[in-house]
Design a protein around this ligand. Structure first.
Ligand SMILES: NC(=O)c1ccc[n+]([C@@H]2O[C@H](COP(=O)([O-])OP(=O)(O)OC[C@H]3O[C@@H](n4cnc5c(N)ncnc54)[C@H](OP(=O)(O)O)[C@@H]3O)[C@@H](O)[C@H]2O)c1
Length: 287
């Protein structure tokens, strides 16, 4: 098999760093952080990607500060929409595949069953709106796209809920955690493995796919599971999204169906509790 050249943009973020840990004989990676390639700069994107001429681009670059986005609208759209659009344009010119990471926040609809990829999108916050705009830009520019919507991303790298909870749980005796938002966490290591699996076995697949770990939970139950595993004694009380009062609106229902992507994968997607245990094991001394 020909060795595939993969360019990863936003390579120093949480997910980008997870890709950097991969060692795989079938792939050659070029990792580009925001210093090496600012995806909002269209001429830099054209020049850099043309020179590298990869088989696949994986876009992990994003504006991810959900609350701050309400104040930094232009910046959020510049990175999440314009930046994604720049990558799609050059991917189309070079006939390269673009794998783009999106979010459950694009749905933001009321439903009593798991969200499926054909459900309508009604993002309410700036972050969700900018990510949806990026999806639509990619779809309109490039047929050879794979958009993967993930929820509640965490891992051993970067900043995330799991690490924040461990820190706060060790500092405080009691925490109020949101208990009326339902979803499922996504362990970045599982996501990277799923993407590699698809590249290896279903490289021609295009379209939109949900990915998260199996099962469903709330942020409060997620925090309790972290504390139980780490034997952190911190009292957890539930609080509603409205009482918590974060600046950006958040969907109460973010439970995504993963049936569509599961059909492509050679292994069953792990349950979120199993993957959380793997991550806490990986974090080791921190806990
Ligand atoms: N985190 C979550 O809970 C979550 C949930 C659902 C979906 N997602 C999606 O998952 C993907 C990965 O998220 P993540 O948690 O890994 O995000 P992250 O840790 O915030 O990393 C994003 C990376 O993008 C880079 N970046 C920002 N602006 C850029 C630009 N103009 N050009 C190039 N790179 C730029 C950042 O670099 P600098 O630090 O140098 O600015 C950072 O390294 C994103 O698409 C996100 O929307 C995340």
């Amino acid at each position: 098999m020909k060795i595939k050249h993969i360019v990863v943009t936003g390579a120093n973020g949480q997910l980008g760093q997870e890709f950097q840990k991969l060692r795989h004989e079938d792939f050659r990676f070029t990792f580009l952080g925001s210093i090496e390639l600012d995806i909002t700069n269209s001429s830099d994107v054209t020049n850099t990607i043309s020179t590298l001429n990869p088989d696949i681009i994986i876009n992990c670059a994003a504006y991810t500060a959900v609350d701050q986005a309400e104040q930094e609208v232009n910046e959020a759209f510049s990175i999440n929409d314009h930046g994604a659009n720049n990558l799609a344009i050059i991917a189309e010119q070079l006939q390269t595949k673009l794998i783009h990471i999106s979010t459950d926040y694009v749905y933001h609809i009321d439903k009593d069953s798991p969200l499926i990829e054909s459900d309508s999108c009604n993002p309410l916050g700036i972050y969700g709106k900018s990510k949806r705009a990026g999806e639509l830009s990619i779809i309109s520019q490039l047929d050879n796209h794979l958009i993967i919507r993930v929820s509640w991303l965490y891992g051993a790298q970067g900043n995330n809920f799991v690490k924040t909870m461990i820190k706060l749980g060790m500092e405080r005796e009691e925490l109020n955690i949101v208990s009326d938002q339902y979803g499922a966490p996504t362990y970045s290591r599982d996501l990277v493995r799923a993407i590699i699996d698809i590249i290896q076995t279903r490289s021609k697949i295009t379209g939109i796919y949900n990915y998260c770990n199996r099962g469903k939970t709330t942020w409060m139950e997620f925090a309790k599971e972290i504390f139980d595993y780490c034997k952190i004694e911190c009292k957890v009380s539930g609080i509603s999204t409205s009482a918590y009062g974060a600046p950006a609106p958040r969907p109460l229902w973010s439970v995504m169906s993963t049936d569509k992507i599961q059909n492509l994968l050679s292994k069953e997607i792990p349950h979120w509790k199993e993957s959380l245990a793997d991550c806490l094991e990986e974090l080791g001394p921190m806990t």
